[in-house]
Design a protein. Structure first.
Length: 390
């Protein structure tokens, strides 16, 4: 609250009377308050919306002196388009009907400049409930509005930056399998062209084809991830739940990754001793297993990887642990975000979508996914899925 001394209302002219006249005291204090407040425009309107009283705050915010504005219609404070849309009268109608009207919007000062205002119009009723006029309190929120706009611009700029980064990562990632694919196909073409009677050894063809098929599979996986993300974004990821045993599913995924594990020097230990049955979308859960295991091999190359699956307390619990590069503490809360990558693209390929998709799949099943990790000391990802739909 502002200091009462020296306020425009001139405290002396409203000198407080002795303690005996406390009703008069309260009235004087109220008048002083209204006259001294300069960061709120406080005014009253008659039944038709003409200004009846005006405080220094109103003069400071709107620029009119009391004698210039008292008696004028309050629609002067509105921009022409708001007047054309009958906004001033609508505000009075709402206040009359409901006792109060509030809105944030543009208003016009005496000099024609606009400011962003928070406006409250209150119906003033007498003791008999009769409407006598309106009280109007206006605050200038331009600075707050501009700060909000700046924050919104910042957010949009950041979103654009992330999108541009993502586009360059995505095009790089999509290009990577294309190069060996192109090389192999060109080599096969040349081998056939140069071979006497076009007879190329089937061993040679099959070696080249294996490479080509691997690259096409990689490309398909990247495109599938991109499609998944756009499906999730438009809310179209549907689960097709069916009775499923996760144990054979996990064994299959681990077996599929064994050649890659050998290639990068990882031994994979699997601890999944018993069936874990529930109602899940098997293809989606398999996708989660695949993402976690392929990350463990990618970021934990050369070290053992432990995979375990158990049923406990009504939940399936899948854990994938590696002893690899780990994740920095400041990146940890964001690893499940879209496009998030906590490693340099030069050292490790990837779109930054695998964990985002895994998180979406797990939460769609009513489960959760968590990570514990320390830089240079490996990571443990834990997934819990309810055995029965919740
Ligand atoms: P991608 O691996 O394609 O970059 P993910 O969404 O699978 O995308 O992972 C997001 C980020 O989380 C990765 O870029 C990496 O920085 C980090 N990350 C994920 N798994 C591991 C892990 N097992 N060890 C270390 N870092 C990991």
């Amino acid at each position: 609250m502002e200091d009462i001394k020296g306020c425009p209302g001139n405290a002396e002219s409203h000198a407080l009377t002795g303690p005996s006249d406390s009703k008069q005291d309260a009235a004087d204090q109220l008048r002083l308050l209204i006259e001294c407040v300069t960061d709120h425009a406080i005014l009253t309107l008659d039944l038709h919306g003409h200004v009846a009283s005006w405080n220094p705050g109103a003069e400071r915010i709107k620029g009119y002196r009391s004698e210039e504005i008292v008696g004028q219609h309050f629609s002067r404070f509105y921009p022409p388009e708001a007047v054309a849309a009958n906004k001033p009268q609508r505000g009075l109608d709402v206040a009359t009907r409901e006792g109060r009207f509030e809105e944030d919007g543009w208003r016009v000062r005496k000099d024609g400049s606009r400011f962003w205002a928070n406006v409250v119009i209150t119906a003033l009723l007498d003791e008999t409930g009769q409407l006598r006029g309106f009280g109007k309190v206006t605050r200038d929120f331009t600075a707050r509005y501009q700060a909000q706009e700046r924050r919104e611009m910042e957010r949009l700029r950041e979103a654009l930056r992330i999108r541009d980064d993502f586009l360059s990562v995505a095009s790089h990632e999509l290009r990577t399998p294309l190069t060996p694919l192109h090389l192999k196909l060109t080599a096969m073409r040349r081998a056939i062209d140069q071979a006497p009677n076009g007879a190329v050894s089937s061993e040679r063809v099959s070696r080249d084809l294996d490479v080509a098929v691997r690259q096409v599979r990689k490309l398909a996986e990247l495109v599938d991830d991109l499609l998944d993300v756009s499906r999730i974004t438009v809310g179209q990821m549907k689960l097709e739940r069916a009775p499923t045993d996760l144990t054979p599913l996990l064994r299959e995924v681990v077996a599929r990754y064994l050649p890659q594990a050998t290639q990068v020097g990882c031994s994979v230990r699997l601890d999944a001793p018993a069936p874990v049955r529930g109602d899940w979308d098997a293809r989606r859960v398999e996708q989660v297993m695949t993402n976690l295991l392929s990350n463990a091999l990618k970021y934990g190359a050369g070290k053992p990887v432990d995979v375990s699956l158990h049923a406990e307390a009504g939940m399936a619990r899948l854990t994938v642990r590696d002893e690899g590069i780990g994740i920095a503490q400041d990146a940890l809360p964001h690893v499940f975000d879209r496009f998030m990558r906590a490693v340099s693209g030069r050292n490790y390929g990837g779109l930054g979508l695998g964990l985002y998709i895994a998180h979406q799949v797990v939460t769609a099943h009513g489960g959760d996914i968590q990570v514990r990790s320390e830089l240079d000391h490996g990571s443990t990802f834990s997934v819990r899925l309810p055995l029965a739909p919740i």
